[in-house]
Write a protein that binds this ligand. Structure first.
Ligand code: HEM
Length: 369
C-alpha cells in the first residue's frame, strides 16, 4: 500500500513538474527567444493571448482602441499578442512588407472566428485565395451589379416611403436600423435572389440586427477558442436558445442559405436559370470554372453566408455614420443638398446610378471638398 501511495504521489509530481517546465519554456520563448521577442509592446501581451481577449471580450471590442494607445506609447510597430504585430504605418506596410513579399498567406489565427474557413475572405493560402477571388470579383463587377440596379432603386424607393410614413408623427425613426434593412434587403436579393424583406417590418427588425451583432461579438470568442464555434453549430437548438437566444434566429438564416446551396449542388445537369433571369452568387460560383473541389455545398454556403454578412452591416453602418456627420456639419449638408437639388430636381424620382456617379461632392471627388 505504502509503495502504491508513493508511486501515485511521484506521478502527480511528474505531471506538475512537466506542466511547469512547459509553461516556463513557452514563456521564455515568447518573451526572449521567439522571432517577435525583439519588438516593443506590453510584456503581458507578448506572454499571453488573454491580454487581447480581456479587451475584446470583457471590454466589448475595445482592443482596437487599446492598440491605438499602444502605438502612441511604443511607436509604429507593436507586438499585440504572442503571435501578431500591429503596424501603424501604411507606407511601411506597402513599401516594405507587401513589396518585399508579394505572395503573402493570410495569418491562420485570423481566419477561425466564424468557422467559415472555406469562404474567400478567410482563406489562408495566397494562391487558393486568388483562385476563389476570381469568380467573386466578376459577380461584383460593374456590369453584373448594374443588372441589379432596378432592384436597388426599388428598395431605395421602399426606404423613402417608409421614412415619409414617419413624417407628421411623433414617432422617431431609427435610421441606423432602417439603413441596415435597406442594405440587407439589397444584398440578399442580389446574392440569393431572395430578399429578406426587412424594410417591410414595422419596427425595422431590431432583433435580427441584435443577432447579427451577437454573432460578430462572438467572433472574439471564436478567435480565442477556435474549437468552440464548430461545436456551437452542432449543439441542439434548444440548448443554444438557453445559452444565447438571439443567436438562434441568425443560425436559422445561415441554415436557410445552406439549404439553398444544397438544392443547387444536388442538381446533376448544372443549374436552373432563375425565373427573373438574374443569377445568384451561388449559381455564378457553381457555373464558374473553379474546380469541383471548390463547388461543394459546404464551401458555397460559407461564401454565401459571408457575403450576406459583408454586404449588410458594413454598408448600412457607413450610411448611418454619413448621416450623423452630415447632420453634425450643416455646411456640408447644405452643400450636398444644393448639389442634389440642382442635379435631380424631382425628389419623387429615384435617380439612376449613371446620373448619381457624376455628382462630384456626393462621390467624394477631392477637388470639390
Ligand atoms: C462600407 C462598406 C464596406 C466596408 C467598409 C467593407 C470592408 C471590407 C474589408 C476591410 C475587407 C477586407 C477584409 C480582410 O481582408 O480581412 C472586405 C472584404 C470583402 N468584402 Fe467588404 N466592405 C464593405 C462592403 C461590402 C459589400 C457591400 C460587399 C458585398 C455585397 C462586400 C463583400 C466583401 C467580400 C466578398 C470580401 C472578401 C474579399 C476577399 O477576401 O478577397 N463588402 N470588405
Amino acid at each position: 500500500m505504502a509503495s502504491l501511495g508513493t508511486s501515485s504521489t511521484l506521478g502527480v509530481w511528474a505531471v506538475v513538474v512537466s506542466c511547469l517546465t512547459l509553461l516556463i519554456t513557452g514563456a521564455t520563448y515568447r518573451l526572449y527567444l521567439g522571432p517577435l521577442a525583439k519588438f516593443p509592446g506590453p510584456r503581458l501581451a507578448a506572454l499571453t493571448s488573454w491580454y487581447e481577449f480581456y479587451y475584446n471580450y470583457f471590454e466589448r471590442g475595445r482592443f482596437t482602441w487599446k492598440i491605438k494607445e499602444l502605438h502612441a506609447h511604443y511607436g509604429p510597430i507593436v507586438r499585440i499578442n504572442p503571435h501578431e504585430l500591429s503596424i501603424d504605418d501604411p507606407d511601411f506596410l506597402l513599401d516594405e512588407v507587401f513589396a518585399f513579399k508579394s505572395k503573402l498567406d493570410r495569418y491562420e489565427g485570423a481566419t477561425k472566428h466564424f468557422a467559415m474557413s472555406d469562404a474567400t475572405v478567410f482563406t489562408v493560402s495566397h494562391d487558393l485565395h486568388k483562385l476563389r477571388r476570381g469568380p467573386l470579383a466578376s459577380f461584383f463587377s460593374r456590369s453584373m451589379v448594374s443588372q441589379s440596379e432596378d432592384l436597388i432603386r426599388n428598395k431605395v424607393g421602399k426606404l423613402c416611403s417608409r421614412i415619409t410614413g414617419f413624417q407628421g408623427t411623433e414617432q422617431p425613426i431609427d435610421l441606423s436600423l432602417a439603413f441596415r434593412c435597406l442594405t440587407t434587403d439589397v444584398v440578399t436579393q442580389h446574392v440569393l435572389s431572395k430578399s429578406y424583406g426587412l424594410l417591410s417590418t414595422p419596427d425595422f427588425s431590431p432583433a435580427w440586427f441584435e443577432a447579427v451583432r451577437e454573432s460578430g461579438e462572438f467572433a472574439v470568442v471564436g478567435k480565442h477558442f477556435p474549437w468552440l464555434v464548430p461545436l456551437m453549430k452542432d449543439l441542439p437548438r434548444w440548448l443554444i436558445r438557453r445559452l444565447n437566444p438571439k443567436m438562434v434566429r441568425y443560425m436559422a438564416k445561415s441554415e436557410a442559405i445552406q439549404e439553398q446551396v444544397a438544392g443547387l449542388v444536388d442538381e446533376e445537369s448544372g443549374t436552373k436559370k432563375l425565373q427573373d433571369g438574374r443569377e445568384t452568387l451561388l449559381h455564378h460560383l457553381y457555373r464558374s470554372d473553379l474546380p469541383p473541389s471548390e463547388k461543394t455545398a459546404s464551401r458555397l454556403s460559407h461564401e454565401g453566408i459571408v457575403v450576406v454578412g459583408a454586404g449588410s452591416e458594413t454598408a448600412g453602418i457607413a450610411m448611418s455614420f454619413s448621416t450623423f456627420h452630415l447632420l453634425d456639419n450643416p455646411d456640408k449638408l447644405s452643400k450636398l443638398r444644393n448639389e442634389l437639388v440642382r442635379a435631380l430636381p424631382d425628389p419623387e424620382v429615384i435617380p439612376e446610378w449613371k446620373e448619381v456617379e457624376k455628382l462630384p461632392y456626393l462621390v467624394g471627388d477631392s477637388m470639390s471638398s
